[in-house]
Design a protein around this ligand. Structure first.
Ligand code: LIP
Length: 278
């Protein structure tokens, strides 16, 4: 059945592939690397060029839409999240991986309208894997339907965590403490892909059972939230309340039971500035 957002979804897939070509083209070449907020928060000329290409193309087609991009925000654009059709774009999710040629690098395009999730498109460029999810229409990897694993217990789970770019003591201590508590629980093991979007796609594909992080941004998790929910997964705040996509906090699991156990074992209370903070 025709959907009012078909054109937006088709444009997102098309532009994600074009962005992927730019990422692959630059992947093995020398890069101009700069640090944003801190020495471990990197950006390259490719991040900026890809975002400029994506937003330029989409804004031309959908001029009355709202665009939130990682690098536009870093350059000073205000992060405004309102009722308008809103694109949340990370041009290179896994920039550190891109710099080090670790092949988990994705363009992530999330789309919301009236503050509701509509679709997500995540393209792992080095591995040529396209993940898509549309609310009410399922989740796919290279066109094949995917589903989260049916695991119901944390001690039978592979958990994905990230150390993140902030190395401030309060954030670092909290992440290390939770890493320790989960390892001691014990979870089966812990992995880090270096990309929030691809961590969520791994859970959506049944390749891991839980991903939890604080400190990432709306553009990191918007697309993955749709894909994982459409794959039968569960996404909320790490304290169990409803996901607030602007809060920079996310818990993404294969099942609600695994989420409940994660919430009891891993605690995240360190303060964070919201993406939409004035
Ligand atoms: C990355 C996130 C990841 C986080 C990293 C970084 P980027 O996004 O996907 O979850 O741990 O610190 O923020 O900056 O590569 O687009």
């Amino acid at each position: 059945m025709e959907d009012q957002y078909d054109a937006c979804f088709d444009a997102a897939v098309e532009i994600a592939r074009k962005a992927g070509e730019m990422i692959r083209e630059a992947f093995h070449k020398p890069k101009c690397i700069t640090a944003k907020g801190c020495a471990t928060d990197l950006v390259t000329e490719t991040d900026e060029a890809v975002e400029k290409m994506i937003i330029g193309h989409l804004r031309e087609r959908f001029p009355d839409h709202n665009f939130i991009g990682e690098e536009s925000t870093a350059a000073g654009a205000r992060c405004v999240f309102d009722e308008r059709p809103t694109w949340m774009i990370d041009p290179v999710d896994g920039t550190t991986n891109f710099v080090h040629r670790f092949p988990y690098v994705a363009v992530s395009i999330g789309f919301l309208a009236k503050k509701e999730f509509v679709f997500g498109v995540i393209y792992n460029a080095p591995q040529d894997i396209m993940y898509t999810g549309r609310t009410g229409k399922g989740a796919f990897r290279n066109g094949e339907a995917i589903s989260a694993s049916g695991v119901q217990q944390l001690n039978q789970s592979l958990v994905l965590l990230e150390i993140g770019s902030s190395r401030e003591a309060e954030h670092l201590d909290e992440k290390v403490r939770n890493y320790h508590n989960l390892a001691k629980h014990p979870v089966r093991s812990i992995r880090s892909l270096g990309s929030a979007a691809l961590n969520m796609c791994a859970v959506a594909s049944g390749e891991g059972e839980a991903y939890c992080e604080t400190g990432m941004h709306c553009w990191d998790v918007a697309a993955g939230t749709v894909i994982l929910r459409e794959a039968g997964g569960y996404v909320c705040d790490p304290d169990g309340t409803e996901l607030d996509v602007m809060s920079r906090r996310c818990l993404a699991t294969c099942s609600e039971n695994v989420a409940k156990e994660m919430i009891s074992v891993a605690k995240y209370n360190a303060p964070l500035a919201r993406d939409d903070a004035a």
